[in-house]
Ligand binder design. Structure first.
Ligand code: AHR
Length: 554
């Protein structure tokens, strides 16, 4: 039996066995046009402001993510801005990307930031954490990190997009002084320190003002195999003193894997052994959850339990969504544990890795480690997950989809001059108007979805989503998880009236639909008219869809 922790120590292991899935046909209910569902938005029940950082991203120095995905080099014939892929920057601006986590992941606890500054040609080559999982044919940069993308290049990437950098410090293999000096390099004022001079010599006299810092990553596993007590001691030590230069630093503690409640509880117990004031050090508690187990309860083995990214059947479609839906219970559960120690709930949750994780075999660029092909299923999954975050605005301060490009739940795929926006990338576009909005309690009612799970009939909700309002603009997003039935939905606003409304959605007659380098527009946003009668809106969510209603209020 192998689990994720062992896997990350041993390197990637392939798996075989493909399921051929039937194509989905459109259901007949669409033709009848009978309203079967309802969304009720309760304007007098605000839930809190949706942190724009919920719409965050994650970039690790892992296989094709950095080298090929993001970094092309200044001399590349492919369109770039200072060596960074131009088409990527342009789309990330469009979706208003807010925050980007770097350089890992597991890579972070083997990385020395000092290798990545100064003249590029003088930077050392180092063995990448992921080197042993790379194929013989992989580019050398995937195994032996040339350090061409260090702090300067990454922060420049963020600034070009208009996003905040979130840096993860190395707790496993560097001393606390290296963390302090990384903060000093990034944030000390121009001319103030030797490291500020080094930054200026690279062309960046102004401080980067990096606000978000992770204290390690998955410290229960690849980040050091700490017990929660041991990590708490390290957390106190690494956070005891860091230079701030007038801006407060938001420190994110390495948190639990999925439902490891005892990690959260025992970490906080130990941190607080020195007194309740210690809580002030923690801005956020990280939470990681990957939806990976599609074995329908047959195994907990990290390799055997995985499913197919593209060649799945309708049952796998539902099982994946239900694995992902666990996120809501994880947020509520860890929040409850946090509340046992932090009665005022100052410490927020930072879900800095989330997404589905399938077995290898669907890579757009063969050989790219951990790369998978996002389909319509992943778009619906991502919409569902973002809706969960939107519904819990007081609890979730940040979330980072794993990972941005050429990896797990990627928004983009790229190889050399080829670039494509995946269905997941389009979801971030559809959902961007939620950023900074006031979340409103919203009731979704729809017939349940039923399916056969290895001879046992099972069912779950038929429509779910979230709503938020900013100024006079209401955004309602939702997913229809049925692979065959459309949902015709009456939208009732309690406490506001509609001036204008439109809907954009993603769907396809084939639940496996995805965008490739050759066919880049198989799953793209479509626009639908919304009928309004007597102040009531009616919207249709096709089978297997994720949609956004943008409503202008009077
Ligand atoms: O996202 C891939 C890996 O998954 C990350 O490096 C690690 O933090 C997690 O286990």
């Amino acid at each position: 039996m192998i689990n994720r922790r062992d896997f990350l120590q041993q390197g990637a292991i392939g798996a075989t066995g493909l399921l051929l899935a039937p194509k989905r046909g459109w259901g007949s209910a669409a033709d009848s046009r009978a309203v079967d569902s309802r969304i009720e938005v309760l304007f007098d029940e605000p839930l809190g402001t949706i942190s724009p950082n919920i719409y965050g991203h994650f970039v690790e120095n892992l296989s094709g993510v950095l080298f090929d995905g993001i970094w092309l080099g200044e001399k590349s014939p492919v369109a770039n801005i200072d060596g960074l892929r131009k088409s990527l920057i342009e789309h990330m601006r469009k979706i208003k990307a807010t925050v980007i986590r770097f350089p890992g992941g597991c890579f972070a606890d083997s990385y020395d930031w000092r290798d990545g500054i100064g003249p590029t040609e003088k930077r050392p080559r180092r063995t990448n954490f992921w080197a042993m999982g790379e194929s013989e044919k992989a580019p050398a940069s995937h195994r032996y990190d040339p350090n061409a993308v260090g702090t300067n290049e990454f922060v420049h990437f963020c600034k070009l997009i208009g996003a905040e950098p979130y840096l993860a410090a190395n707790v496993r293999s560097l001393p606390a002084s290296a963390f302090q000096q990384w903060v000093e390099y990034c944030n000390s004022p121009a001319g103030s320190t030797t490291l500020a001079d080094a930054r200026a010599a690279a062309g960046y006299p102004d401080p980067f003002r990096v606000k978000y810092w992770g204290v390690g990553n998955e410290s229960w596993g690849c980040g050091g195999e700490f017990t929660p007590q041991e990590y708490a001691v390290e957390f106190r030590r690494y956070s005891t003193w860091l230079p701030t230069y007038g801006d407060s630093l938001n420190l994110i503690a390495s948190g639990p894997n999925t439902d490891d409640w005892s990690w959260t509880r025992e970490f906080l117990t130990e941190v607080l052994r020195k007194g309740p004031g210690e809580l002030r050090r923690i801005y956020g508690m990280a939470l990681h959850h990957y939806a990976w187990n599609l074995s329908r309860g047959k195994t907990q083995d990290w390799v055997a339990g995985k499913g197919e990214a593209v060649r799945f059947d309708a049952v796998d479609w539902h099982e994946l969504l239900r694995e992902g839906e666990r996120m809501e219970g994880l947020i509520t559960g860890h929040w409850q544990v946090l509340g046992e120690f932090d009665h005022q709930h100052r410490v927020k949750l930072v879900v800095d890795e989330w997404g589905p994780w399938y077995r290898p075999g669907s890579e757009a660029t063969p050989g790219d480690q951990l790369e998978q092909m996002p389909t319509l299923r992943d778009a619906v999954f991502s919409g569902m997950t973002l809706d969960i975050f939107n519904r819990n605005p007081e609890k979730v301060a940040m979330a980072n989809c794993a990972q941005l490009i050429n990896c797990l739940n990627s928004l983009y795929l790229a190889h050399e001059d080829k670039f494509v926006i995946t269905p997941v990338g389009h979801v971030f576009d559809l959902y961007s108007s939620h950023q900074g909005g006031e979340a409103l309690r919203t009731v979704f009612s729809a017939p349940n979805v039923h399916y056969d799970r290895d001879g046992q009939s099972t069912s779950y909700w038929g429509l779910k989503g979230s709503a938020s309002v900013r100024d006079k603009n209401l955004t309602i997003t939702a997913v229809n998880p049925s692979t065959s039935e459309p949902r015709l939905v009456e939208v009732a606003l309690r406490g506001a009236t509609v001036k204008e409304a439109s809907m954009r959605f993603l769907s396809n007659a084939d639940i496996h639909a995805h965008n490739t380098f050759e066919q880049r527009e198989v799953v793209v946003p479509q626009t639908k008219p919304l009928s309004i009668s007597g102040g009531t809106l009616v919207a249709e969510f096709p089978p297997a869809s994720v949609g956004a209603l943008n409503i202008q209020l009077n």
